[in-house]
Design a protein around this ligand. Sequence first.
Ligand code: ADP
Length: 251
Amino acid sequence: DFAQGVALYVEDVTVSFDGFKALNALSLTIGVGELRCIIGPNGAGKTTMMDVITGKTAPDQGKVHFGSNIDLLRLRENEIAQIGIGRKFQKPTVYEELSVFENLELALKADRRVRASLFSRLTGEQLDRIGAMLERIHLKPSAQRLAGLLSHGQKQWLEIGMLLMQDPKLLLLDEPVAGMTDEETERTAELFLSLAGEHSLMVVEHDMKFVDQLTQGHRKVTVLHEGHVLAEGLLSQVQNDDRVVEVYLGR
Ligand code: ADP
């Protein structure tokens, strides 16, 4: 499905709420393995766009394809979650009364392909996968801690780790570093950069320093405004685009 190098293809998508167009002929393509940051002022349509991709909101018109031939508009929300699209909302949602390890274990067992009962014993390979994930999300020393006792940033990492246990092809992340310390933000950028290539990522973010860290001077960013793409290009280019400056600073 992903042979042509396209992970996500959105064409001419419009979503209206009582006549108001939250998305207005939105078109956007994300390549396989690409890490794309989406920026834009409040109300630009970023959340609505992710709602359409994940099957939560049905558009009035347009196309949304996953890979080269999976029509996401024909699938239900739960089906979309199972074909390799993981979404992380702004607030962390982890099982606070379970340990970090148990959170990852549950995420692994919830994967349809694993088909493990919640009470079955982990295989050696599964234990190794959880161990590798604990290292990747910087939580190895906290494996046995209750998730509820983690810092805000650590909870965000744990939730990202839970998504990754199901090996999604595409990850949608909504303001993942909101509320993180500078150090946590930097480590999150490192984590995302290590995921790119293996996964495709769409990161909605307001923190321009973080966006800069993610693009590393060569990745494209997309600026959304009034439900469509206002500008697309290098951060250095779009930041100097008159229309973008006007949207952020004008009015
Ligand atoms: P963003 O995430 O970029 O801040 P949203 O996608 O949340 O933008 O919202 C885009 C626009 O659509 C906003 O003006 C918002 O008020 C409106 N909107 C979003 N969801 C609904 C809804 N369920 N009903 C009515 N209007 C909505």
